[in-house]
Design a protein around this ligand. Structure first.
Ligand SMILES: Cc1cc2nc3c(=O)[nH]c(=O)nc-3n(C[C@H](O)[C@H](O)[C@H](O)COP(=O)(O)O)c2cc1C
Ligand code: SF4
Length: 378
C-alpha cells in the first residue's frame, strides 16, 4: 500500500491518510457569516472522497476581520450550532476537521491593519488576540478536531510577520521578535483554552512575493522554529499575498476576462493590458512551495511541516512523503474540481488531478459567486 494511505498523527489527532484539503473560502455563507447547505455539501463530498484532514474555509474571528460579506464567521456564539453541523458532516465520513481562524486585516473591507492609514491601536490588538482565543473555544464547542491560525497570504497576522507590511515602531514591529509578537500571543492564548485532544496548527508564507522583500524562507524558518517551541503541532507552508501577488500564491493561468468585472469601467482597458502582460508569468510547477517547506522543516525541530500549492501528480506526492520530506500533501483546487480525487487515487482510477489551474474558481470568489469549478466558463 502507498505510504499516502497510511495514518499519521498531528498532535493527538489521528489522520487516516496523508491528504489534507487546504483551506478554501467558498463565498457561500449567509450575509451574516452563517453556514449554508452548499458549504456542508461541498465539505461532505470532500470527506466522502476520503480526504484525511479537511481544513475549513477561512473563518473570521472578528466582525471587522471579514474578507467579504459571504465569508463564514466564528465570532459569535450563535454561529456554533451551524459549525457543529460542519464538523459532524465531515466526521460522518471518517475525516478530521480543522477550522481555519483568521482576520483579514488591511485586505478586508474594514481595512484595519498592522500599519498604514488604519493602523491598529494596542487596544485593538488585544481585542483581536482575545477574539482568536474565543473562536478556538467555539471551535471546540463545535467539535472541530483542531484549529489553524491563518498567518499567510497578507492577512492580518502575516502583515505583522512581514517586514514589508509591518512598519510599526512600538512593541509590535521593528525586530523579528516584535513582528512575531502578535502570532506568539495568539498561539499562547489559544493554547490556554484549547482542549488537549485538539490540534493546534498555523499556515505560514514561505515567501511573500511583495514588491520589497517581506517574509523569505529563512525568516519563515525562524518563525516556524519559534512556533515549534510554543508547542504548535503543525505548520502548512504557502506563499504570496492576496493583494500584492495573488498569482504567485496560486500559479497557473491569469483569467483575464473573468477578472475584468472587478475593475471600475473606466479602468478596465488599462487593467486588461496589465493582466494580459502577466498572463504567462505564473506557470504552475508541481509542489511549488516544497523547497521552502523543506527548508522550514529542517529548522523546526521535528514539528510536522507540510507544503500546499501545485500538487497534481500522485507519484510526485508519494515520492515526497516516501523520501521523508513531508508527512502530508495539502491540496485545494484539485478538490474543488474533483472532491473524490483521493478515493480515485486509492482505487487507481486516477493518477493525476484534472484541475487545469485556470483560476476561474478564485475569480468567481472575487465576483461574489460561490466557489466551484468554472473551467468551462462562468
Ligand atoms: C477559491 C480559493 C479559495 C481559497 N481560500 C483560502 C482560504 O480561505 N484560506 C487559505 O489559507 N487559503 C485559501 N486558498 C489558497 C489555498 O488554500 C492553496 O494555498 C492554494 O490554492 C494553492 O494550492 P493548490 O495548488 O492545491 O490549489 C484559496 C484558494 C482558492 C483557489
Ligand atoms: S476553475 Fe476548476 S480547473 Fe480551474 S482552477 Fe478552479 S478547480 Fe481548477
Amino acid at each position: 500500500m502507498s505510504v499516502l494511505f497510511t495514518p499519521y498523527d498531528i498532535g493527538n489527532v489521528r489522520v487516516q491518510n496523508r491528504f489534507v484539503c487546504s483551506a478554501c473560502e467558498d463565498g457561500a455563507a449567509t450575509d451574516d457569516g452563517l453556514i449554508t447547505d452548499p458549504i456542508l455539501k461541498r465539505m461532505r463530498l470532500v470527506a466522502e472522497g476520503e480526504t484525511g484532514l479537511i481544513i475549513s474555509t477561512h473563518m473570521s474571528v472578528h466582525p471587522e476581520g471579514r474578507t467579504r460579506r459571504k465569508q463564514l464567521g466564528i465570532y459569535g456564539d450563535g454561529m456554533i450550532p451551524g459549525l457543529r453541523r460542519l464538523s459532524e458532516t465531515v466526521h460522518e465520513h471518517g475525516a478530521k476537521m480543522v477550522f481555519q481562524l483568521g482576520h483579514a486585516g488591511a485586505q478586508g473591507p474594514a481595512g484595519v491593519g498592522a500599519s498604514g492609514p488604519n493602523e491598529m491601536s494596542e487596544d485593538a490588538i488585544a481585542d483581536v488576540i482575545k477574539a482568536f482565543a474565543a473562536s478556538a473555544v467555539r471551535a471546540a464547542e463545535a467539535r472541530a478536531d483542531g484549529v489553524q491560525v491563518h498567518a499567510a497570504h497578507g492577512y492580518l497576522v502575516s502583515e505583522f510577520l512581514s517586514p514589508f507590511f509591518n512598519k510599526r515602531t512600538d512593541a509590535w514591529g521593528g525586530s523579528e521578535e516584535n513582528c512575531f509578537r502578535l502570532l506568539k500571543e495568539i498561539i499562547a492564548e489559544i493554547k490556554g483554552v484549547l482542549p488537549r485532544q485538539m490540534a493546534l496548527m498555523a499556515k505560514l508564507n514561505g515567501c511573500d512575493f511583495t514588491p520589497v522583500e517581506g517574509i523569505t524562507p529563512p525568516l519563515a524558518g525562524k518563525y516556524a522554529s519559534r512556533l515549534a517551541a510554543l508547542g504548535v503541532d503543525a505548520v502548512e507552508v504557502s506563499c504570496g499575498t492576496s493583494s500584492a501577488s495573488p498569482f504567485n500564491m496560486l500559479r497557473g493561468e491569469v483569467p483575464v476576462k473573468e477578472l475584468l468585472p472587478l475593475f471600475p469601467e473606466e479602468k478596465r482597458s488599462a487593467a486588461e493590458k496589465s493582466l494580459l502582460s502577466m498572463a504567462d508569468k505564473f506557470k504552475l510547477s508541481e509542489g511549488y512551495n516544497f523547497e521552502a517547506s523543506k527548508l522550514i522543516r529542517s529548522v523546526s525541530g521535528g514539528m510536522t511541516v507540510f507544503p500546499v500549492g501545485g500538487w497534481r501528480n500522485f507519484r510526485t506526492m508519494e515520492h515526497a512523503v516516501e523520501n521523508g520530506d513531508t508527512e502530508f500533501i495539502s491540496i485545494c483546487r484539485p478538490l474543488i474540481r474533483e472532491p473524490f480525487l483521493v478515493k480515485n487515487f486509492r482505487e487507481k482510477k486516477a493518477h493525476a488531478a484534472s484541475c487545469t489551474s485556470c483560476n476561474r474558481c478564485i475569480a468567481a470568489l472575487g465576483n461574489g459567486m460561490p466557489v466551484k469549478c468554472y473551467a468551462s466558463g462562468f
